[in-house]
Design a binder for this molecule. Structure first.
Ligand code: NAP
Length: 485
């Protein structure tokens, strides 16, 4: 495998990688490659093929502003449509010849002027800058439950759905009740023999205002793109109104009231289930879920909701703390992702031999969720504290791409080799972010979520309005960085 030298190496070809590629090309910076571990584009929308997989952000907003799709068939698009959209972006923007599939990155090293980006296949790409676009949802998290290796049936994670395994008539265990599980549970409930749902924490669930977009409206969007832009802006503005509630949890009571009313309505005849499914934390502390069929599915006679903790797995099934062995043929893990470990096991060595794993030993921190002091010309997409509970990550991705394009412009304007963030500015930024998070619903809503790390720090969420993030990333503030000659 031969080495290659390019100006920019982009890692990942989901929304982040493709979005960055389009904007780099548009800025006249076509000397890049996109390194992708899989065999096709789409990122998490390629990996997640579980039944019912769909977006919980409105499609008009969950798409690139520069590539509106008038053909979305539903308010909340489903996975095949989103994946097809990303494939169409690769075609429409001529990215195919830049894509290198089967390149799983194992390490990156800064040699003083370039990054050497190594892949598992032995190839190395040398690049002045790296855009790390693997996102937080690509490393499945499967709990290390005692005895799992002894299980004689079939077990898989929701993001690695085993489509060869016929679920019809089987006894199925589902572990987890997050955004993924509430989408596939109603789909598989109809065909399985029995479904035992292991719930550790009851989530808040709201009805999903998901509708088909009528053909006449789609024609309108095709004929008058401005109409779709107006629609997008309305959705954006409505979502931003939630931010005030996230920061001042008392205001979340209104939304919690809706969710309680939904529970009351759905379980008027099943107080036993209602008690199990009523959350004990303020809504918004964990991601707010939306579904129109989850609660109905749980009321079906072939479903059992188990709230006793799982202690181990045996050859035949799952044993809970009350000593009951729940015999099953299949275990499906809807247990989420190793969020915050987007770099996974990749060994990243920056200036002076500093290892990112050491710098991040107490949790990931970056400047504006994008750059890390000591790691020049490395740009993280959806880095620390850029996650949202209320709006579209594509908006954040587009903000970051402006920042990256401006950083490269700045380098060229000064004839500099590298841009390295000043440690004091990064620390000040993080202190500000953590201050803003104090008292927010994520930090004080009374739940344990993956928004918080083991030390209770929130390294996940952007604590404010997305337009504020956009303002701050529109241009690089030279005072925040050192330009290395
Ligand atoms: P998740 O939200 O992290 O949920 C994981 C679930 O597994 C939780 O119910 C968790 O319980 C449970 N769990 C984890 N470890 C467990 C263990 N050892 N024993 C028992 N239960 C365990 O994961 P996800 O549902 O896959 O969703 C991940 C993220 O993907 C979402 O938050 C969202 O950002 C994204 N997503 C988005 C969409 C979309 O429409 N845009 C759709 C699906 C997913 P606890 O609550 O007790 O921790």
């Amino acid at each position: 495998m031969t080495d290659q030298t390019v100006d920019v190496a982009i890692v990942g070809s989901g929304f982040a990688g493709l979005g960055a590629a389009v904007k780099l090309a548009e800025a006249g910076r076509g000397d890049f490659v996109i390194l992708e571990k899989g065999e096709s584009v789409g990122g998490t929308w390629r990996d997640n093929t579980y039944p019912g997989c769909a977006c919980d952000v409105q499609s008009h907003l969950y798409s690139f502003s520069f590539a509106p799709n008038p053909d979305w068939t539903r308010t909340f698009a489903r996975q095949p449509e989103i994946r097809a959209y990303l494939e169409s972006i690769a075609d429409r923007y001529g990215l195919r010849d830049r894509l290198r599939f089967g390149r799983e990155i194992t390490g990156m090293e800064w040699d003083g002027s370039r990054w050497a980006v190594s892949s598992a296949d032995g190839s190395v790409v040398h690049a002045r800058a790296v855009v790390w676009g693997t996102g937080p949802l690509h490393l499945p998290s499967t709990p290390d439950i005692e005895g799992l290796e002894d299980f004689r049936g079939t077990a898989f994670h929701s993001s690695r759905w085993n489509h060869d395994h016929d679920l019809r008539g089987r006894r199925v265990a589902v572990i987890g009740t997050g955004a993924s599980a509430i989408q596939f549970v109603p789909q598989i409930q109809r065909e399985v023999g029995s479904l035992t749902l292991f719930q550790r924490t009851a989530p808040w669930v709201l009805p999903k205002p998901d509708r088909e977009i009528p053909a006449v409206l789609r024609s309108l969007y095709r004929a008058f793109p401005a109409a779709q832009r107006v629609q997008r802006s309305l959705v954006y503005a409505r979502n931003e109104m939630l931010v005030g509630g996230f920061l001042k949890p008392a205001r979340m009571k209104v939304i919690e009231g809706f969710a309680r009313a939904y529970l009351d309505r759905k379980f008027a005849d099943r107080p036993d289930l209602k008690a199990k499914l009523t959350p004990d934390f303020t809504i918004g502390c964990k991601r707010i879920l939306m579904s129109n069929d989850y609660y109905s599915a749980l009321k079906q006679p072939n479903v059992d909701v188990v709230t006793d903790g799982i202690v181990r797995v045996t050859e035949k099934g799952v044993v809970t703390a009350d000593g009951i062995e729940h015999e099953v043929d299949t275990i499906i893990f809807g247990t989420g992702f190793r969020v915050g470990e987007g770099m996974g096991e990749v060994a990243v060595t920056g200036r002076d031999g500093v290892k990112l794993a050491d710098v991040w030993a107490d949790g990931p921190q970056a400047h504006l969720g994008t750059t890390v002091a000591g790691f020049p010309n490395l740009f993280l997409m959806i880095g620390p504290n850029t996650g949202l509970g209320h709006s579209s990550m594509v908006f954040m991705i587009e903000s970051q791409t402006s920042f990256i394009v401006d950083a490269l412009r700045l380098l060229d304007a000064h004839g500099a080799t590298a841009l390295d963030t000043r440690r004091d500015r990064q620390d000040a930024f993080n202190a500000e972010i953590q201050k803003r998070l104090e008292g927010s619903v994520w930090n004080s809503g009374g739940c344990k979520s993956w928004y918080l790390d083991a030390s209770g720090n929130n390294r996940t969420v952007w604590p404010g309005y997305t337009f504020d993030y956009r303002r701050r990333t529109r241009k690089v503030n030279p005072a925040d960085h050192e330009l290395v000659a």
